[in-house]
Design a protein around this ligand. Structure first.
Ligand code: NDP
Length: 242
């Protein structure tokens, strides 16, 4: 059988890089999406190739509907299908609501929530037609509990949970599963500068998560073994209260 084709958004570093590497290790050909940091995306590709896997760069801005549609049309033309989609790209731009600029709100919503539509919509039809597909979106504990300073981010992450649950129902009969991972605190660039000791005290597991912890859960949800799991939210958070 041909290799499965997997698109991982925001795969130039952090969780996306680990997901890309882990999917490649299961035999997927991985499309490494990113917006700006090409050298880091190349490092992801090198990591995959050193391990004997295959992939290619696939740069586009997930917040830009037209750019996303154009890039995905190109992928579908050259590879004929996308079997696995991991919506991972995200940003945070924190401020208390009273100090939050409109742009902080719209940028975070565009990148973390509108991207779900921009990237998933052009792909899900082809998955439904081939009666096979896996869609996993990276939300966050913040979308489950709310976190002060993150009304924008929490809204976006709660939004992708609702959207995934609705889409899961729409495509379940077509063999396409739609699930969500909700990580807690994971060691990446996004969490540098956070008050580490104070946060550690709140994590029952006693440590931050590693990108590989999230990647392992993504690989499972993208596997054949997970074909009866859809509309689920799987916490990867070391027991943080949700
Ligand atoms: P990083 O900041 O380390 O990486 C973010 C990735 O997203 C980069 O590859 C970046 O690529 C990409 N990206 C950002 N904006 C865009 C865009 N507009 N278009 C395409 N790619 C984009 O983040 P993490 O790895 O920590 O986070 C990954 C996901 O996990 C995010 O959705 C985040 O919200 C979520 N998450 C993270 C947690 C954590 O503790 N780290 C906890 C819970 C959820 P580039 O800059 O090269 O363009």
């Amino acid at each position: 059988m041909d290799k499965r084709i997997a698109l991982v958004t925001g795969a130039s570093r952090g969780i996306g890089r680990a997901v890309a590497a882990a999917l490649a290790a299961t035999g997927c050909h991985v499309l490494i999406n990113y917006r700006s940091r090409q050298p880091e995306a190349n490092e992801t590709l090198a990591l995959i190739e050193r391990a004997g896997g295959s992939g290619e760069l696939c740069p586009f801005d997930v917040a830009d509907a037209a750019a996303s549609a154009q890039a995905i049309a190109g992928v579908l033309q050259s590879h004929h299908r996308i079997d696995v989609l991991v919506n991972n790209a995200g940003i945070r731009h924190d401020a208390l609501m009273v100090f939050m600029a409109a742009e902080q709100w719209t940028q975070v919503i565009a990148t973390n929530l509108n991207s779900f539509f921009n990237v998933t919509q052009p792909i899900v039809k082809s998955m439904a037609l081939q009666r096979r597909g896996r869609i996993v979106t990276i939300a966050s504990t913040a979308g489950q509990t709310g976190v002060e300073g993150q009304t924008n981010y929490a809204a976006a992450k709660a939004g992708v949970i609702g959207a995934s649950k609705a889409l899961a129902r729409e495509v379940a009969k077509r063999g396409v599963t739609v699930n969500v991972l909700a990580p807690g605190f994971i060691e990446t660039e996004m969490t540098t500068g956070l008050p580490r000791e104070a946060l550690l005290a709140q994590i029952p597991a006693g440590r931050f998560g590693r990108p590989e912890d999230v990647a392992a859960a993504a690989v499972f949800l993208c596997s054949e073994a997970a074909s009866y799991i859809t509309g689920a939210v799987l916490n990867v958070n070391g027991g943080v209260y949700t």
